[in-house]
Design a binder for this molecule. Structure first.
Ligand SMILES: [Zn+2]
Length: 349
């Protein structure tokens, strides 16, 4: 979402190690897979190998790991012993799902940990651990098909790193494929609004979400359990289709998507989603309008919940629903993206 001018500005700050930009941005270095603070003393990357982030969480989810030299997750001056212990504990075992009793094991009080972490990094320890875990899973998807198919050929036993990190989020290790298990493939799609995750089989698209979406990990889990599926990195026809449709959409040249969808939800949710697809490009409706349209005028809260459970961002345009008073209302991918999408559609109607 950063403009070219802002990226240039950040790059200049990076080259001059400007301390004024501490906390303003982080830089992910594509060639090494690490992310740094602007003042890092390591050799500076070329511009084309940089990816800029405004928060450490974004860098983690985009699969970068914290640089060991500038320690972007520790405050340069004073980081408490507690925070340091926690960051180190995560880095020792980044795939772990942290629970309250784990804090006890390392003699840390969970609520103190939560508070101190939030104060230091603007996210809780659990959010941090989650971002790191998602980043690891996303790395496999981002690196794409070739890597994974090589691993399939050689067998997963030889690449336990893949199995451990990836299967925690995407499903049971591929060596344990059940006969009737559905295999879905997932791809990383870069868009002007940041990366998206697409999950599909050979016939239809099951999920399309911004990688940063709150609750994405849970959403993937639900998808896996409901469909009894496992998810591996790769590409299918619906993914190829949605990628090219998104490109056209972001260029303002496509108003109706044709990629086939596979919707997972209750009959009520499906009814709400179907109604969403009737809102034309560039227009908005309120939750109340939408509830009335499906013949349940008093159910606008349930309608809002169903919108929130939408798993196919942009194509099922839940961003076109706003509050009756004209306020934007919520959006899983973040309000800034919602605003951007609405502006974009108005300008290209
Ligand atoms: Zn660094």
């Amino acid at each position: 979402m950063l403009s070219e001018a802002v990226k240039q500005e950040f790059y200049n700050a990076l080259i001059s190690k400007s301390s004024e930009y501490e906390g303003v941005f982080y830089v992910g270095v594509k060639t090494t897979g690490v992310f740094c603070r602007p003042t890092c003393s390591a050799r500076k990357p070329k511009y084309e190998n940089c990816e800029f982030f405004q928060t450490a969480e974004q860098a983690l989810i985009a699969s970068f790991r914290p640089c060991l030299r500038c320690r972007p997750l520790s405050h340069p001056n004073h980081v408490s012993e507690l925070v340091r212990t926690l960051v180190e504990a995560i880095e020792k075992n980044p795939e772990k799902r942290w629970k309250t009793r784990d804090f006890e094991k390392i003699s840390v009080d969970a609520s103190t940990a939560r508070r101190q972490f939030k104060k230091r990094f603007g996210m809780t320890f659990v959010q941090y651990a989650r971002a790191r875990r998602m980043g690891i899973a996303m790395k496999q998807i981002r690196e794409g098909k070739a890597v994974i198919e090589t691993q399939l050929d050689t067998g997963y036993e030889s690449s336990s790193g893949f199995r451990d990190a990836f299967s925690k989020i995407m499903g049971t290790a591929p060596t344990k494929f059940g006969k009737h298990q559905i295999v879905l493939k997932s791809s990383w799609l870069d868009t002007p609004l940041g990366p998206m995750l697409a999950i599909a089989d050979e016939k239809a698209l099951y999920l399309l979400e911004f990688v940063e979406r709150r609750g994405l990990e849970k959403e993937i889990e639900r998808l896996r359990t409901k469909e009894k599926a496992i998810i591996i990195p790769g590409c299918t026809d619906p993914i190829v289709s949605v990628e090219s449709e998104l490109k056209a959409y972001f260029a303002g040249k496509l108003k109706i998507f044709k990629t086939p969808l596979h919707l997972i939800g209750s009959p009520f949710q499906k009814c709400v989603w179907n109604e969403l697809t009737k809102i034309p490009y560039g227009q908005t409706k309120s939750y109340a309008d939408q509830a009335a349209a499906i013949g349940k005028p008093s159910a606008y809260r349930a309608v809002a919940n169903a919108n929130g459970a939408n798993q196919i961002a942009i194509i099922i345009p839940c961003h076109r629903i706003i509050n009756t008073n004209g306020n934007l209302g919520g959006y899983g991918g973040g309000i800034t993206r919602k605003q951007w999408l609405l502006n974009h559609e108005k300008q290209t109607m």
